[in-house]
Design a binder for this molecule. Structure first.
Ligand code: GH3
Ligand code: MG
Ligand code: MG
Ligand code: MG
Length: 317
């Protein structure tokens, strides 16, 4: 816990430090509201602040208000300390953003009790932040493989589509399906299957370019979205991925597993009304052909043809 003590009177700062010393916390001092604000807005902000109300320049209550208005994450717990002891004044401090209030002269037992409350609230806040981080990750990524989940993959399509339109590049969607994956589950068990899926996703990440989109579409099927110039480039890219998958050895218990995958790719000229649904339909058809033609292969369905200007026209949809 990082505790900031703010008071223009050094004697009070020392008294407060003496009282808080027994807790497991790092104590830092500021002698003005402005000094406190600088520390609060720094890279290493405090968790709990004990702050005098009346100080030359910015008052403690003004600092509390500014903190509530400007700090986005990690709100500190602010306790105002003052000799003002009327109910109206305490209400005023609380309404301007303080979390709690202590009157001077400071009662050490009350200070410690209030420190304990602050500690508890900060702990709850931190747990909530961690939970939100996990939930956010689950909302965007596939838990097993760490690649985007289907929903985020679909959302990324829109972004990639607009990027391709701006850059005047064609767009490709590939549906990739692991061949005879069920056999791996049947022979070696589901844990082996899970390990294979993770390794497969890693190979995709390592082989594709950083800006290519990889998502787990469902089960042992992945969708790749990528900017592409022409059909030959798509064949190059996905052939490279296919061969890398085939070469990758996966250790499971005493076994060395290997696998292959089939690719169905659809390439077209991007336009604003192009839907992912349409692209997936075409890519799925190509995947079906890849499976029918013996698996472990890339089938490309291209809707583009180079014209005399070196641009591309859509010839089929
Ligand atoms: P094909 O070459 O025709 O694609 O055959 P396949 O065996 O790969 O296809 P099939 O659709 O018959 O089997 C897919 C299997 O994937 C069935 C399902 O139990 C398994 N599966 C789906 N999701 C997971 C998962 O998260 N973990 C594991 N271990 N298996 C999964
Ligand atoms: Mg003062
Ligand atoms: Mg399969
Ligand atoms: Mg499948």
């Amino acid at each position: 816990m990082r505790v900031l003590i703010v008071d223009d009177d050094p004697t009070i700062r020392m008294t407060l430090e003496g009282l808080l010393n027994k807790h497991d916390c790092d104590i830092i001092h500021a002698s003005s509201g402005q000094g406190a604000l600088t520390i609060i807005q720094s890279e290493d902000p405090p968790d709990i602040i004990f702050m005098d109300w009346e100080m030359p320049g910015l008052s403690g209550v003004e600092v509390a208000t500014l903190v509530r208005e400007t700090v986005e994450e990690y709100q500190p717990y602010v306790i105002i300390i003052s000799s003002y002891n009327s109910t109206e004044q305490i209400i005023e401090a609380l309404s301007y953003g303080a979390d709690d209030y202590i009157t001077k002269p400071i009662d050490g037992r009350l200070l410690n009790a209030k420190y304990a409350v602050a500690n508890r609230i900060i702990g709850i806040q931190e747990k909530l932040r961690q939970t939100n981080e996990v939930l956010e990750k689950l909302a965007y990524y596939d838990e097993l493989t760490g690649v985007l989940n289907r929903r985020s993959g679909a959302a990324s399509f829109q972004v990639e589509l607009e990027r391709c339109i701006r850059k005047d590049q064609n767009i490709a969607v590939a549906m990739v399906d692991i061949d005879h994956f069920k056999k791996i589950n049947d022979v070696y068990g589901h844990q082996a299957g899970d390990k294979v899926l993770k390794s497969f996703a890693n190979t995709l990440k390592q082989t594709l370019r950083p800006y290519d989109i990889i998502c787990r579409y469902g089960g042992e099927e992945f969708m790749l979205i990528t900017e592409i110039n022409h059909e030959a480039q798509a064949v190059d890219l996905f052939e490279r991925v296919r061969q890398k998958i085939k070469k990758t050895k996966i250790n499971f218990d005493d076994h060395i597993l290997s696998l292959t995958a089939s690719f169905g790719v659809y390439i077209t000229v991007p336009r604003t009304d192009l839907s992912l649904h349409t692209m997936v339909q075409h890519a799925d058809k190509a995947l079906y052909e890849a499976k029918g033609n013996g698996r472990d292969r890339v089938e490309v369905d291209s809707a583009i043809e180079a014209n005399d200007n070196g641009d591309f026209d859509v010839v089929a949809d």
